[in-house]
Design a protein around this ligand. Structure first.
Ligand SMILES: NC(=O)c1ccc[n+]([C@@H]2O[C@H](COP(=O)([O-])OP(=O)(O)OC[C@H]3O[C@@H](n4cnc5c(N)ncnc54)[C@H](OP(=O)(O)O)[C@@H]3O)[C@@H](O)[C@H]2O)c1
Length: 429
């Protein structure tokens, strides 16, 4: 009989519960695939509750840090969350003792992944984090294994199901952001404090990790340009449809002549692009490898079962004895590439102004664009209401972000805009 692989799980909330249930439900199948039994030996949760799975026969801890220090398990599974505090101490403690760690904690990896990877390398432990990016989609494994032979120059995706749910519901119902957010909270798709999701922080954590694995560059969460979806209005969504686009919150990482672009913001994507059809709480990740070309993966990006699938996938890899460097190359060999400033980004733009319908207003706007060498591709002005505010929508040809921002400042200063200009970048996928 082969030696059982012992698992200790810290944090029995949504993902921890799913992980225990999956290891229990598919124990036989997992044993056949791992080549040895994969058994839970210890659990930790801050408040022991009535769980919808059995905890009989497992060593119990009220604190994950104590468990990481005391258990003889082969792997510590950190499912507590948060970039600092307990989760960090659990992982540092376990890796420092040479114990393997599996985590779903994108905040922790985005902020401290380099140091944790260095600790893991120094003690011979494995740090695995598939569940931290795009939930059930095995994108980290894809980049580190199946796509390992490719040079990647671009990776992007819908990495936050809450935002995608909100944008999809706004499009199909015509409702405004606040209204749909409240519904998402009632359905459990959004947290009571939704800022991590809707302000783009969660997507930025995942994008920082993706960029490092895809390009072999250092992990730099601070370099991610971050904008959320609070300012997307139903008017923008319907103008996007009219122009042949859909609005998605994307995380985009690209190697450019000016360095590594890491940006999270609402994007207009062509309505016939595969990513435009990823709706609701689903996630999708698109990679461009030099030999394989484009690979698109779509699936559930969060939730108890999909996230547990990714966590247990990592556990089985370690139980089998599979090992690869944390980010595809050893932590010390990650390249320190310059970060491309957002002001140097080049692309096409959608701009919506609410301007007083007066003679000469549009001529002033056109002059500002001309002075900043921005060429317009299309202009839409539907309603006519002399002296009243009306929407004017423009799309531009490719230009530099700095020129666009200068133009928007100048347009704001005209005094004929009754609300701040809205700008959304167009991605020509
Ligand atoms: N939920 C998802 O769909 C999802 C998807 C992908 C990744 N993730 C990541 O997975 C991780 C866990 O998320 P979650 O949604 O499962 O969180 P959660 O439901 O809040 O569960 C966290 C659990 O950890 C417990 N805990 C807190 N302090 C502890 C300690 N000192 N020792 C042991 N347990 C402790 C909490 O207990 P109390 O409730 O008593 O505080 C709670 O039971 C996070 O890093 C998250 O970003 C989640």
């Amino acid at each position: 009989m082969s030696v059982p692989f012992k698992v200790a799980v810290a944090g029995l909330g949504t993902v921890g519960s799913g992980t225990v249930k999956l290891l229990q439900a598919n124990a036989d199948l997992i044993e056949r695939r791992a080549g040895r039994p994969v058994v839970i030996t210890a659990l930790a949760d801050r408040h022991r509750r009535n769980y919808d799975f059995s905890i009989d026969g497992y060593q119990w801890f009220d604190d994950g840090v104590a468990m990481a220090e005391q258990t003889d398990a082969d792997v510590i599974v950190e499912l507590i969350g948060g970039s600092e505090g307990v989760a960090k101490r659990v992982c540092e403690g376990a890796l420092g003792r040479g114990r393997h760690v599996v985590t779903a904690n994108k905040a922790l990896i985005a902020h401290h992944g380099s140091a944790l990877a260095a600790t893991a390398e120094s003690t011979g432990a494995i740090l695995a984090y598939e569940a931290a990016v795009a939930g059930g989609i095995p994108i980290i494994k894809s980049l580190k294994e199946g796509l390992v032979a490719n040079a990647h120059n671009r990776v992007y995706g819908i990495l936050n199901g809450t935002c995608n749910y909100i944008l999809s519901a706004m499009r199909t119902t015509g409702r405004e952001f606040d209204d749909v957010l409240a519904e998402a909270q009632a359905l459990g798709y959004a947290e009571a404090d939704p800022s991590f999701d809707v302000d783009g922080v969660d997507t930025a954590h995942k994008l920082a990790i993706l960029a490092t694995v895809a390009f072999g560059c250092t992990l730099e969460f601070g370099s991610v340009h971050m904008e959320g979806i609070r300012h997307v209005s139903s008017a923008d969504i319907s103008f996007a449809e009219e122009l042949g686009f859909r609005i998605k919150l994307l995380g985009i990482a690209a190697l450019t002549d000016g360095g590594v672009e890491r940006r999270v913001h609402p994007c207009m994507v062509p309505a016939d692009a595969p990513i435009a059809h990823v709706e609701g709480v689903f996630n999708a990740v698109v990679t461009h490898g030099d030999f394989v070309d484009t690979v698109v993966q779509e699936g559930r990006g969060a939730g108890e079962r999909p996230t547990a699938s990714a966590v247990v996938g990592d556990i089985v890899d370690i139980a089998r004895g599979q090992r690869s460097a944390t980010f595809g190359v050893p932590a010390g060999e990650l390249e320190s590439l310059p970060a491309a400033p957002m002001s140097a980004h080049r692309g096409a733009y959608y701009v919506r102004l609410m301007v007083l319908d007066e003679p000469g207003v549009f001529a002033d706007v056109a002059t500002i664009f001309r002075d900043n060498r921005i060429s317009m591709e299309s202009v839409l002005q539907r309603a006519r209401a002399p002296g009243e505010p009306v929407p004017v929508v423009m799309t531009t040809h490719e230009t530099e972000e700095a020129a666009m921002l200068r133009s928007l400042d100048a347009i704001t200063a005209l005094g004929t805009c009754v609300e701040p200009p809205r700008m959304i970048r167009i991605e020509p996928f």
